[in-house]
Design a protein around this ligand. Structure first.
Ligand code: BV8
Ligand code: ZN
Length: 266
């Protein structure tokens, strides 16, 4: 059955049959992108008013950019960190957190660096460092020393007109602990993501334009192993043609419905 859309989003019986299928799935992987945080007020990357629209990723989210102008890169990340600090997890983040806490066979693979999945976990008494939360691209709320590579939490604002943050151990310049374009993803995290996807009966792909690799290839591991994809996104993406079901709507409404939680805003 290829669930298609009515004019105002998925028909209720499609949602209820998918909810049962998701609940019964032996293994479930949820891949999220910036769209899952859109309803929390976090700008996405590639939507028209996305955070990239005012900046070019090549200018800022690369090691070259940091080498050539660390203050400008720090300013952009500081701006994003301050903006996100005023945002709250939404019903989509909470539905995923409840599923992670309730079921051993659920894994979250996120491209997001905004920390909102972790905050939703903490709201429910869970840990942001839950072993089945795989942060492929790191987080804005930790920094890494360019010298000794140690990583430390970092939440305070940075005044880039003054000295940039440096490591207390070796004096190296701190950088955001995120994965930049052209950088390898954390190997073990990525391997685990592909393995869990290959063991999953269903992979829910929510809020991602599916253009950034290797993250966008994770759901294909589910397909290769005979599993199925459910896409949750108001817009089509390169993964839409691989999805058995596409739910065209906001994740803060559809994820609670899919994962068996009460409607959004609860
Ligand atoms: C690597 C951290 C090996 C930093 C990020 C050509 C082909 C294929 C690949 C490549 C290529 N050329 C280069 C590459 C590799 C490159 C890549 O994929 N480039 C792309 C752009 C073509 N990848 C890499 O460089 C990766 N590393 O490959 O290493 C290597 C090593 C050495 C040399 C060569 C290769 C590293 C990629 C990681 C980059 N870091 N973030 C930071 O955030 O500052 S990526 C960045 O994009 C974020 O992490 C973000 O999450 C991610 C993906 O974006 P999305 O999350 O999908 O967000 P987007 O705005 O795009 O989409 C939002 C979606 O939500 C939309 O579809 C929208 O419709 C939807 N939406 C909106 N509202 C809602 C909604 N959905 C649901 N509900 C709503 N309410
Ligand atoms: Zn250091």
């Amino acid at each position: 059955m290829t669930g298609r859309e009515g004019p105002i989003g998925p028909e209720p019986d499609l949602l209820s049959s998918l909810r049962h299928r998701v609940a019964a799935a032996r293994g479930l992987v949820i891949l999220t992108g910036a769209g899952v945080s859109a309803e929390s007020g976090v700008p996405t990357f590639r939507d028209t008013d996305g955070v990239w629209s005012r900046f070019r990723p090549e200018d800022l989210a690369t090691p070259e950019a940091f080498r050539s102008d660390p203050a400008r890169v720090w300013e952009w990340y500081d701006l994003r960190r301050r903006a996100i600090a005023t945002c709250e997890p939404n019903a989509g983040h909470r539905a995923i957190a409840k599923a992670l806490l309730r079921r051993e066979n659920v894994t979250l693979v996120t491209q997001n660096v905004d920390g909102l999945h972790g905050r939703a976990m903490m709201e429910l008494g869970g840990s942001p460092a839950h072993p089945r939360i795989l942060e492929l691209h790191g987080t804005l709320f930790r920094v890494r020393c360019s010298g000794c590579q140690q990583e430390v939490p970092h939440v305070e604002p940075v005044d880039v007109s003054r000295l940039l943050p440096h490591c207390g151990e070796c004096g190296g310049l701190f950088r955001p602990a995120v994965v930049w374009f052209g950088e390898m993803l954390p190997e073990q995290t990525l391997d685990t993501a592909f393995r869990r996807a290959s063991e999953a009966e269903i992979c829910i792909v929510a809020g991602t334009s599916a253009v950034v690799h290797p993250a966008a290839s994770v759901p294909l591991a589910t397909l290769r192993a005979g599993g199925r994809l459910i896409e949750v996104n108001p817009e089509p993406t390169p993964l839409s043609s691989h999805a058995e079901w596409t739910l065209r709507g906001p994740s803060a409404v559809l994820l609670p419905a899919l994962l068996g939680e009460e409607a959004a805003g609860a």
